[in-house]
Ligand binder design. Structure first.
Ligand SMILES: NC(=O)c1ccc[n+]([C@@H]2O[C@H](COP(=O)([O-])OP(=O)(O)OC[C@H]3O[C@@H](n4cnc5c(N)ncnc54)[C@H](OP(=O)(O)O)[C@@H]3O)[C@@H](O)[C@H]2O)c1
Length: 373
């Protein structure tokens, strides 16, 4: 298990205000129990992708007192902000400084999709990576990915990567790189890091009652988080699972699961149970948003992930008779200037969406549900 530092606890709603006291205890608690891989990125814990996040400098403080030597540190080159080779060098230098380290153990070209891949190839990212490797500024070069399978394979084949980071959980077996991509990369010798193993929390809390019923029927009782994490760890090709945790209880539970989950440890009956849960989820999830926030900030101010979370909540748990209470939550959780109706259809968000959601069209549906009539 690796510690993903994209969703640390915060003080209030501002993502830049990490609850440093709690998060320090959580991360050190994990390292004390042998977690040795910590993942962050340039924009994590900021209002959006074009901002400089607080996660990296915060980690440099967490990793004082001898903790840096106990872990492999992973961070990423913000590909959407890169215009030339000098930018690549400048961001890496800044990250080494922000992380207070001489070397980043695992360095990724962040969030590759069709557009960023084309640009990074044109800018000859490989020259930059080779130099950084030669100079000992990074130890291993990889990429993180959000796009279609054929592009994933093309990227795997283009350069001698050490590893890749892909979204993988029991709902996304045939989505983006999926199992086929994972197996392809592993067959070419890449280490496999997994992100969003709980789909950003959707597979762990507030699951539909029908899914809970399926889990209740299993002989062994497990929490939804344990079913989901075990499904990922069941795959022997997975090198590290990045878990995003925002409470001390999450850390405790996930460490416990990590200690017992072995590859090939789920029986065919247990895999069948997870298959049933998957089918129910697939039927009910209205918008495929994982809440990663890469779409933000919206120039018009729409809180896109929260709008989609409210919409999905209604489809997962609501009914027309209960619509008023869901509408109440929508209005309580979203100020008027954050709601779907504020969208100007500029589509800037759609370029960055990791799930290729037609955001503008989906926001119209949210507006229709909660703001019309
Ligand atoms: N490179 C990229 O493009 C990219 C994109 C996404 C993520 N990542 C990396 O991958 C890491 C993992 O992704 P993720 O943060 O989306 O991970 P995740 O594990 O799928 O979801 C994290 C969320 O799950 C919930 N959770 C965790 N453990 C739980 C438990 N035992 N019981 C109940 N709920 C639990 C927490 O949310 P609540 O408790 O609030 O429900 C937590 O915020 C990130 O932190 C980041 O480092 C990279």
């Amino acid at each position: 298990m690796g510690f993903g530092c994209m969703r640390l606890p915060t003080l209030g709603d501002d993502p830049a205000r990490i609850d440093e006291e709690t998060a320090t205890v959580m991360i050190r608690q994990a390292i004390d129990q042998e977690v040795n891989f910590i993942d962050t990125a340039y924009p994590y814990h900021s209002p959006g992708l074009y901002h400089t996040g607080e996660s990296e400098p915060f980690l440099s403080r967490v990793l004082e007192d001898g903790y840096r030597d106990k872990v492999m540190l992973s961070t990423k080159l913000p590909s959407w902000r890169i215009e030339n080779q000098e930018d690549m060098e400048r961001y890496l230098e800044h990250q080494l400084e922000r992380l207070n380290t001489n070397c980043i153990d695992f360095y990724m070209v962040h969030g590759l999709n069709q557009a960023y891949w084309k640009k990074m190839k044109e800018l000859k990212f490989e020259t930059f990576l080779e130099e950084a490797l030669d100079q000992g500024k990074i130890k291993h070069a990889g990429f993180s990915f959000h796009d279609r399978l054929d592009l994933f394979k093309e990227i795997v084949d283009y350069y001698d990567w050490s590893f890749c980071l892909l979204q993988y959980n029991y709902l996304d077996e045939v989505y983006q790189a999926g199992t086929e991509g994972l197996e392809y990369a592993a067959s070419k010798g890449l280490g496999i890091a997994v992100m969003e193993p709980l789909r950003g929390g959707q597979l762990a809390s507030n699951i539909p009652p029908q899914v809970q019923e399926v889990f209740n029927q299993a002989e062994i009782k497990r929490t939804p988080a344990e079913w989901a994490l075990r499904w990922v760890w069941n795959n022997p090709l997975v090198s590290v699972v990045l878990s995003g945790m925002n409470t001390r209880e999450d850390v405790k539970e996930n460490l416990k699961i990590a200690n017992i989950a072995e590859p090939h440890s789920l029986s065919s009956k247990e895999l069948e149970i997870i298959g049933k849960a998957r089918d129910i989820f697939k039927d009910k999830l209205a918008i495929n948003c994982t809440g990663c926030g890469y779409c933000l900030p919206c120039p018009a101010g729409v809180d896109i992930p929260e709008n989609f979370a409210r919409y999905n909540d209604y489809h997962l748990f609501g009914s027309p008779e209960e619509k008023a209470s869901f509408q109440f939550s929508y209005e309580a959780l979203l100020l008027e200037n954050r709601r779907a109706s504020v969208c100007t259809a500029c589509k800037q968000c759609e370029e960055h969406c990791t799930q290729e959601i037609p955001i503008v069209d989906e926001l119209k549906k949210v507006k229709e549900l909660y703001e019309t009539g």
